[in-house]
Design a protein around this ligand. Structure first.
Ligand code: NAG
Ligand code: NAG
Ligand code: NAG
Length: 355
């Protein structure tokens, strides 16, 4: 009887040993797998130090996860583009982003491209923009002068943004555009097709198309609808344009620093422009619109244009906007791994009462 008991205990021990050794083998096997996976992950991580792009994608994915994309659904952004300031490149970007960031883009096409709407059209436009819920959030763009919603008694104010360009560069670009068009719509027939006079010759012969008065466009676009805004050289118009820029525009960038403009825009209006900087970099070539046969003017031409009063005023306005843009950029962005990004929150709350 005692022997039987002993036998059972011994048998039990043997079975236990076999089972447990099998069990431990399994554990060490799983351990090995985990270790192996760990090393693979580490290796990938190390490799990824050299693949900025993937990390960018990852970081933008993680940012997207807690983004305000579903907030501010009532927002309206207006970009009243000045012709020949690379605005087409920026709009290409907005059209690329509108689906993923869930907003609408609408082009304002005015008959014969007039920049100043009648007062009744202003009312129709403002009424429509503020009440058209189906299309909100919306980005409206078009070659129209600044329009003050409050004058019609509306309390909702759109977010105004814009981009301006060195006035002479803009004029030269426009001059050649009228003659040769660009790669955006290469087959469109332009107003001065067949005219091969260079800008230098035009200035020398004091022809109409290169008259400094043609530079009077960025000031009136910001000044607005008063008739004096559109009178070349009007000193009040310059003052008003500056005032509107300060009071009504969230951000005004410059053509010469378009990528920085996009980066600031992404940081301050993420509802619309999340992911814009990355997208802009990748799509740079396809978006850039290039005027054909443009020739840089010779120093004498530059000298002559710069001596005009219109150039002086338009340039003063340009410098005014540029100074502010640089200041905003410096305060808003920091460069990390070659990418400009938000500096992050620099304020916090305290002394919150009652408890
Ligand atoms: C905003 O719009 C998005 C997309 O249409 C929707 O999913 C979301 O629920 C809206 N958010 C609010 C707060 O209304
Ligand atoms: C505006 O509309 C007119 C008429 O439909 C069209 O011919 C023109 O090309 C449009 N303008 C732009 C800039 O798309
Ligand atoms: C705004 O204008 C568009 C085009 O004319 C029209 O289809 C739409 O119904 C208007 N929306 C409102 C709210 O009036």
């Amino acid at each position: 009887m005692w022997q039987m008991k002993q036998l059972i205990i011994i048998l039990g021990l043997i079975i236990f040993t076999i089972l447990s050794s099998h069990f431990f083998k399994k554990i060490s096997y799983q351990d090995k797998i985990i270790k192996k996976l760990d090393s693979i992950v580490n290796e990938l991580r190390l490799k990824c130090l050299n693949c900025d792009k993937k990390r960018d994608v990852l970081s933008s994915v993680s940012r997207l996860a807690k983004s305000p994309i579903d907030l501010f659904n009532d927002s309206v952004v207006i970009y009243n583009r000045v012709p020949k300031t690379a605005s087409t490149s920026l709009m290409g970007l907005a059209y690329d982003l509108c689906k993923q960031n869930k907003f609408h883009v609408l082009h304002i096409n005015t008959t014969r491209n007039v920049h100043v709407m009648s007062l009744t059209d202003q009312r129709r436009f403002i009424e429509n923009v503020t009440t058209w819920q189906d299309k909100k959030p919306a980005l409206y763009h078009g070659h129209v002068a600044f329009l003050n919603f409050q004058r019609f008694g509306y309390t909702q104010r759109p977010i105004y943004i814009n981009v301006i360009r060195k006035p002479l560069d803009r004029l030269v670009s426009y001059y050649y555009f009228l003659r040769y068009g660009d790669n955006f719509r290469p087959h469109a027939v332009r107003k001065r097709k067949g005219n091969t006079m260079t800008f230098d010759e035009c200035v020398k012969q004091e022809e109409k198309d290169c008259n400094p008065e043609n530079m009077w466009l960025q000031i009136p676009f910001f000044c607005g609808f008063h008739v004096d805004c559109w009178q070349p050289g009007n000193e009040w118009a310059l003052v008003q344009a500056k005032q509107n820029l300060v009071e009504h525009y969230l951000l005004v960038g410059v053509t010469e620093e378009l990528e920085d403009f996009v980066a600031v825009l992404e940081a301050i209006v993420p509802r619309f422009f999340l992911g814009a900087t990355q997208q802009f970099r990748e799509g740079k070539k396809s978006h850039l619109r290039k005027t054909y046969n443009k020739v840089d003017p010779i120093p004498e031409t530059v000298q002559k244009i710069r001596s005009s009063n219109i150039w002086r005023m338009e340039n003063e306005f340009y410098e005014f906007a540029l100074k502010q843009f640089h200041s905003i950029r410096k305060k808003t962005l920091i460069e990390k791994n070659g990418i400009l990004q938000d500096r992050g929150q620099k304020f916090f709350y305290e002394k919150i009462r009652p408890r």
